[in-house]
Ligand binder design. Sequence first.
Ligand code: NAI
Ligand code: MG
Length: 356
Amino acid sequence: MKIAVLAGDGIGPEVTSAALCVLDALNLPDIELAQGDVGGLAYHRHGHPLPPETLELARSSDAILFGAVGDPTCDNLARDLRPEQAILGLRSALGLFANLRPAAGWPGLESLSPLRPEIASGIDLLVVRELTGDVYFGDKGERIGENCERVGWDAMAYGEGEVRRIAHVAFRAAGSRRGKVTSVDKANVLETSRIWRETVIEVAREYPEIALDHIYVDNAAMQMVREPSQFDVVLTGNLFGDILSDQASACVGSIGLLASASLGERQTDYGTFGLYEPIHGSAPDIAGQGRANPCAAILSLAMLLRHSLGMEAEAGRIEQAVGQALAKGVRGMDLGGNADTETMTKAVLSELLTIS
Ligand code: NAI
Ligand code: MG
């Protein structure tokens, strides 16, 4: 089993090292790790944020453990050379169209949510976000409009095939959760959303045991803070999903706790090929200080073991260890505590030893 480790820049390498310590502690046989350069570091070393050798390494692996990219020294580069293009490039080159972002409260942390504790404690949802279409990948450009002013434009487009495959991911996920899919669109205004909604309804016929409802994205944003417990699986496009998944994660507490999986159709010998990363970025404000909360990266490793390597028991052990460490009051700085990266990692490692 080969894991490509693309730690990136900023706090990416710090939190990825912590996840690798946890992997090491599991003592799993037959795992090969291969490191690759990506993001700002890759730009400085190879002149490109996603060098061909990194892409090749990713392709030849069973799963990718990704840290974060966003080196501010690259801020003034052309768009194609910016670190963030590496993650977009990996998603599209590897066909990683399904982004899964679970957001559920950890017992004891409800008071850290910006929502009232009794509302926060009811959150247990999974955002299923389409990742390779929408305005992010549509035609874009700049033209000269009336009065000689510059006009920027980005085309939003979704084909039925793209909607169908992400809808299947959502309905299957709901089958192993509470059996409900809420599809988020803006079908009252957008043609893209009309196709989206009609296609989701068509796919739903194959899953009669799953309840489906539709909600406009503006209402979804409101309901997510008003009564988040109504959501089980939230199915949505790239742009709306980007916004709503950050919102959902903030509702449960800190950005340093939330993991994600980006999956495609490719199957490996052990599961589904995928890329796993914390939802946070490279946090340049705290990079190099050893202060980042490694939990999101550690929980991303758990998702990797579950989805790509078929190791549900090991994934569960990691999640339980993080839960136990938090329950004992070990808190990273993003949670108002004083545990640095090393302290938090050691706390998770020592809990891991208690779980068979
Ligand atoms: P960010 O997530 O890097 O940081 C936002 C705030 O949260 C900062 O104050 C940071 O210190 C804090 N934070 C983030 N992760 C933390 C952790 N593990 N522990 C403790 N505190 C943490 O978002 P920001 O500042 O908007 O973006 C910074 C760079 O990262 C940008 O260049 C952005 O484009 C990039 N980015 C990359 C992503 C990726 O690699 N997939 C995702 C999001 C942003
Ligand atoms: Mg985002």
